[in-house]
Design a protein around this ligand. Sequence first.
Ligand code: F6R
Length: 237
Amino acid sequence: MKVIRTKTYEEMSYEAAKLLAAQIVLRPDCVLGLATGSTPIGTYDQLVKWYEEGNLDFSAVRSVNLDEYCGLDGENDQSYRYFMDHHLFNRVNIDKANTNVPNGKAVDPEAEGARYDELIASLGGVDIQVLGIGYDGHIGFNEPGPAFIKPTHMVELDPSTIEANARFFASADDVPRQAITMGMGGIMQARKILLIANGAGKKDILMKSLYGPITPEVPASLLQLHPDLTVICAVDE
Ligand code: F6R
């Protein structure tokens, strides 16, 4: 595990974008595993900047996103598909047909999970997976629980996650109660993992995840077992 502590969100974003850009330069048709939420926005902005300056080419890049809310389609401005289009895909020369987000409107979430895992396998797996971390230690929407769940699956969101994500909706009542998320298996199979965390409020859970016992009660703690984990964080006051 490599930990890079930065002083500011901007510096964290710059360092994270450097790793992703290096991956794209190294393998132009790489598979990026992407996350939503507030943390990666600056990273995506930096990638867009390098693209606009002519230094980065997304034309052959493929991507898979971690998760999507159940019940929302890509037109809904709270969906993660919409988020990705808005913050990254519409701003670079990626082929939208090569971008993948779980289908939140799937009638059979179990079949959708199986389809998504097969899709990831057919792409040859994820080269680098970006992760944020929830205050309860969730990654993707793998919430604390009695066991690590391996495949892509549907989850009931934890009340603390609903509360944390209410800031993006008109009210907590509007936050979907369920989501489809890549499981811990899909995440751990990525060849590289890049975990980013911002804000002093994330420091405790980050320390617990990286240095505490490995337990499904702290889903991110499993990352300790990944052979190529880079953590970039701006969590000091
Ligand atoms: C988003 C995701 C979540 C977030 C986490 C942190 O695709 O999978 O696990 O990374 O909830 O969210 P922020 O960055 O908003 O603090």
